[in-house]
Design a protein. Sequence first.
Length: 332
Amino acid sequence: MNIALPAEGTDLSPYLPDEHGLFFIYHFTAEGVRTRDLAQAHWTWRSYQITDLHARQEIGAEQALPAPARDAFLAPSHGCHIDYEDGWLYGDLPDLKHDFSEARGLVHFRFAFNDTMLIGARKQPLESVDAVRKVVENGSRKFRSPADLIEAVMGQSLDGMSVELGKLADTLDGIEDRVVRDAWHNERQALVEARRQLVVIHRQMATLTNLFRHLDHAHRDELPDPINDMAARLSHRAQTLYHDGEQLQARTRLLQDELMAKLTMQSNQLLYILSVMTAVLLPMTIISGLFGMNVGGLPLVDTPVGFWVVTAVSVAIAAATYLFVRRLGRGL
């Protein structure tokens, strides 16, 4: 690669790329400690802005990358995948947007690494990548190989999704308490939003589980033991979160069913009240209609108490109708 990259000591912003589309570049010794001395560097981590034209040109010109890995980096699609080719493990895996991004949610982290180089690329600031970058800068953890760092990034991502699942579980607990207390009148939208987030996370966990299973089945004999062990650990964690997401989804469905049952019951009660009112008012409406006809021969027209007689008869019929309808309703 003929394009000159900035030295590791260059002060690059982790959120704004430089003229090469590069966010940062770190070098590590064989002991996993960050170093600024290129002579001591055992492996290197470079992070790019994937939408930057210069970054795409540099990745496309990186001869060390196998062609499938370069194509995966530069592909426009955002589907998750992971594969192994010529000593390089590469893929596109989900991560959480950083808190200061426009909207909280899942985005993608593209990577490729071998024994001596890790190349990462992203569109938005990612929570897990930034967390691992801070660990690298403060030296609180050693990364002896790119596989260790990728496992840390994915571990942070899975931790973040676990936290999101915990928040959703707390949300469902609150909704469930209010539904049980019949104080559920404003819970429908919150439940729909919680289920939408659960569907997104659960779908990604299912994808991750399938990807690691595919990696194990397709390249078991090719993968080095450290990568095999890393994939097994990440697969186990993804599968655990997948089952946690399944349980939360089952809870949301039960809560939605219970909420719909309560809404149906409320609607039935309102319909019952309307039916009773209609039945009670129907005889009075008929009587008032008959006596409202402008024809001769109407009874009680010349009687001083005719109005009160008709009123009493109407009330008596309405009361009898009400009692009949109530008894009929209890019988149902």
